[in-house]
Write a new protein. Structure first.
Length: 307
């Protein structure tokens, strides 16, 4: 593991760079919301990204998002260390996309002998990530701006997880004729919730796959077989990215490796935590992370006219 620490550090540094570049867009959108609503081409002007407020907000976005991702992966890593299971340090994946990253992962290098450590390792990451995302969403909503309704043509509209709707109802007053411009801190929390939901699908060796296998044993495969067609349907009608996620899951494998104490019981407290994990998924899940990008709409925009 020590010989590869340089790779972990390099990927971490690159991810900070790509998330900062993404944060510049969210900072500019927050600071210059009205101006961009009148002239979207303003983003092509370099002076927008040289604004001190924009530069500072991009840094805040990086700090919040990376804290959530680091917390998620350290939840897994430290739990592995607790049980004496060999695991790599987190590998962060830089991404030239709207959020600046494709996530992160650790690689477990030794077998997990029991269902209890399997469960604890699987659930630690999503619980820590969710716990860090909630205050980011709440604080970010308090800092968000209300502006007169902006033109929505050719703009990207993001879906809302249930938690964001609940917190928004508590902290925000909807005013007719006004739009809410999310603060970059709220958007970092939104990304954290999306990462938790992605990982909690009960399939294969995702975090949710570890949890469901610890709870259900080999019967968890039935859940895995249900998830793939569900993702494909969501890709057709909600967001095309689910089709890619389904492909990734299939390539990683649907079947969870067998543990040695497969018949043992994990105890009542862990079963309660399993129910909490389901609640976290419900609160974090976003059927359409990017609205209007379901497969049917994408094909229609490409000129196939299927919708």
């Amino acid at each position: 593991m020590k010989s590869k620490v340089w790779l972990n550090a390099l990927l971490f540094a690159l991810t900070i760079i790509t998330t900062y570049l993404a944060g510049l867009s969210w900072g500019a959108n927050y600071v210059f919301a009205e101006e961009l609503g009148a002239n979207a081409d303003l983003l092509a002007w370099p002076g927008v990204f040289a604004d001190q407020k924009v530069l500072s907000l991009a840094a805040v976005y990086v700090i919040c998002l990376m804290s959530i991702l680091v917390g998620h992966e350290l939840g897994h890593y430290l739990t592995c260390r607790r049980y004496g299971i060999s695991a790599t340090l987190p590998y962060f994946i830089p991404g030239p996309n709207l959020i600046g990253t494709l996530g992160a992962f650790i690689k477990i290098k030794s077998p997990i002998a029991g269902k209890k450590p399997l469960f604890d390792i699987g659930i630690a990451g999503p619980l820590v990530g969710f716990a860090l995302s909630v205050p980011a969403v709440a604080a970010g909503l308090l800092l968000s701006r209300s502006v007169p309704v902006l033109p929505h043509e050719d703009t990207i509209v993001f879906g809302e997880p249930l938690l964001l709707k609940i917190v928004g109802a508590l902290f925000l007053r909807h005013q007719e004729g006004y739009d809410i411009i999310l603060h970059p801190v709220a958007f970092a929390g939104w990304v954290g919730l999306l990462v938790s939901a992605f990982n909690l699908f009960p399939v294969g060796q995702l975090d949710g796959g570890h949890i469901s296998y610890a709870l259900l044993g080999r019967r968890s495969l039935k859940l895995s077989l249900f998830i793939i067609p569900a993702l494909m349907l969501m890709g057709i009608f909600f967001w095309v990215g689910w089709l890619l996620w389904a492909l990734v899951i299939v390539l990683l494998g649907l079947r969870h490796p067998v543990v040695f104490d497969e018949s043992s019981d994990i105890g009542r407290s862990r079963k309660v935590l399993g129910l909490i994990a389901i609640l976290v998924f419900i609160l974090s899940f976003i059927p359409d992370p990017v609205r209007g990008f379901d497969l049917l709409s994408v094909l229609e925009q490409a000129g196939f006219g299927l919708k």
